[in-house]
Design a protein around this ligand. Sequence first.
Ligand SMILES: Nc1ncnc2c1ncn2[C@@H]1O[C@H](COP(=O)(O)OP(=O)(O)OP(=O)(O)O)[C@@H](O)[C@H]1O
Length: 269
Amino acid sequence: MTTLPTPAGSTAHTVPDGTNYAAQVVDAVKVYGAGATEVRALDGVSVGFPVGQFTAIMGPSGSGKSTLMHCAAGLDTLTSGSAFIADTELSALDDRRLTLLRRERVGFVFQAFNLLPTLTVAENISLPLDLAGQRADPDWLESLIDVVGLGGRLRHRPSELSGGQQQRVAVARALASRPDVVFADEPTGNLDSRSGEEVLGLLGRAVRTMARTVVMVTHDPVAAAHADEVIMLADGRLVDRMPNPTAERVLDRLKAFDRSTEAARAVAS
Ligand SMILES: Nc1ncnc2c1ncn2[C@@H]1O[C@H](COP(=O)(O)OP(=O)(O)OP(=O)(O)O)[C@@H](O)[C@H]1O
């Protein structure tokens, strides 16, 4: 395995207990709609994503996972509360500075890969740097391409790659600017289990050998077991944290949610 140089220039939000957070939300509330159609997608969530940690966000459908990720990443705004990337509070930024922050300090991996079909693998990987007008650090890019194992495919277009290979390109692209944090939204949702394992292994290596921070939303207990910690949401609230998760423990916890939801419904009816 290639060991990459530790990236420089990363900042972090240090809280009084000394933890450095690459991203954090404090008292996060997100309300969609109003009146009879009001939905409290986040209902007072405070959670930090420590620097150099791989965190998985789990919870039943509709529990607020995507909303939390989008608000933490500056893709959506909170109704109240604060969101930070490192030590930058997102609500203090105008649209232009928020766009720059997302481009330069946040990496994204989506379920549908979202590569540009007309660009080659190499061009897709360096796209965030090109957009930001930054020069690529050749050592970093070379190491990145080595780690994702696509050195022989750099001139190929995404349509010439398997789904797993495309998602590995997307992970490399997310890491290209050495962001403070990579947010991955169901990154293995479109992949078979073997390709999914490769992508999860790559995200894990980004944390363990490249000193990156990864936050991943997933429904899959096997995927979540790759993380250092799982946080669980239910009804827009943070209800549990599980360090050093295993697929079995995550599955048991999710089953307990299902049982308590069924019990609550039975009481209500
Ligand atoms: N744009 C929106 N307008 C109105 N309600 C929304 C909107 N986006 C999300 N919601 C609601 O907010 C709640 C949380 O949604 P969210 O997508 O964050 O949940 P999730 O845990 O990611 O769900 P899933 O696992 O099904 O993707 C849900 O009740 C959802 O219907």
